[in-house]
Design a protein around this ligand. Structure first.
Ligand SMILES: [Zn+2]
Length: 138
C-alpha cells in the first residue's frame, strides 16, 4: 500500500500502487518518496464540488439529456483542468467515456443535435476555457 498525504500534509487512507500512479499521471499528486504520494488537491473539497455540479445540472447529462450521475471535466484533468464546479458538467457514464480526453468543442459538435440546452452548454464550455486561460496567466 502507498501512503497518501493531503495537500496540507494530513495523512489519509493509504491506497494501492495503481491508484497512486493514476493520481500522479493525471497531475493530481506527486511522489514524496517511494511509498508516499501527496495530493495536490483537497479530496473532501472535490467531493463537495462534484455534488454541487451535479445538483446545479439537475443530474441531467448536458451532452444528451439522459440521467447524469458522473461529472465530466470540460478541460480534462490530464490537460490541467480544474476540479472546481465551473469546469465540471453532469454527464451520463456513456458520454463521459465516449468523450474521453477529447476537447469539449469537438464533442459538442458531435452531440449538438441531442444536447437539451445546446447554447447554454456552449456558453459553459467557453466560460471554462476562459477561466483556464486566466488561471494559466496568473
Ligand atoms: Zn450523455
Amino acid at each position: 500500500m502507498i501512503n497518501v498525504l493531503n495537500i496540507d500534509g494530513q495523512r489519509l487512507t493509504p491506497c494501492v500502487l495503481d491508484r497512486a500512479w493514476r493520481e500522479v499521471n493525471r497531475a493530481r499528486a506527486v511522489w514524496i518518496d517511494e511509498q508516499t504520494i501527496q495530493l495536490l488537491y483537497n479530496p473532501f473539497l472535490y467531493r463537495e464540488y462534484r455534488k454541487a455540479a451535479l445538483k446545479r445540472d439537475r443530474y441531467t447529462c448536458l451532452w444528451c439529456g439522459r440521467s447524469g450521475t458522473t461529472v465530466d471535466h470540460i478541460i480534462p484533468s490530464s490537460k490541467g483542468g480544474s476540479d472546481r464546479p465551473y469546469n465540471l458538467l453532469a454527464a451520463c457514464m456513456e458520454c463521459n467515456t465516449k468523450r474521453g480526453d477529447r476537447p469539449a468543442f469537438a464533442y459538442w459538435r458531435e452531440k449538438v443535435r441531442f444536447a437539451p440546452r445546446r447554447v447554454r452548454l456552449m456558453y459553459r464550455i467557453v466560460k471554462a476555457n476562459v477561466h483556464h486561460q486566466l488561471n494559466r496567466l496568473s
